[in-house]
Design a protein around this ligand. Structure first.
Ligand code: ZN
Length: 57
C-alpha cells in the first residue's frame, strides 16, 4: 500500500481521519506510513492543545 503523505510504498499503513471534531461527513480518511502517522498525530495533538489554550483565555 502507498502512504498518502510521502507516497512511499509500505507494507502497513495506518488510517487517519482528518478534521477531528468537524462534521463527520466532511472528515477525510487518509493512509499513512508509520513515520507520517506519528507526525500527523503530533500535529493533531498540538492543534488540539492550542485550541484548548485559546478557549481558556
Ligand atoms: Zn509516509
Amino acid at each position: 500500500m502507498k502512504c498518502d503523505t510521502c507516497g512511499k510504498e509500505v507494507l502497513n499503513v495506518k488510517r487517519i481521519i482528518l478534521e477531528k471534531g468537524y462534521d463527520r461527513t466532511q472528515a477525510r480518511a487518509i493512509y499513512n506510513c508509520e513515520e507520517c502517522y506519528k507526525k500527523k498525530e503530533t500535529d493533531i495533538e498540538k492543534r488540539t492543545q492550542d485550541k484548548v489554550k485559546g478557549e481558556n483565555k
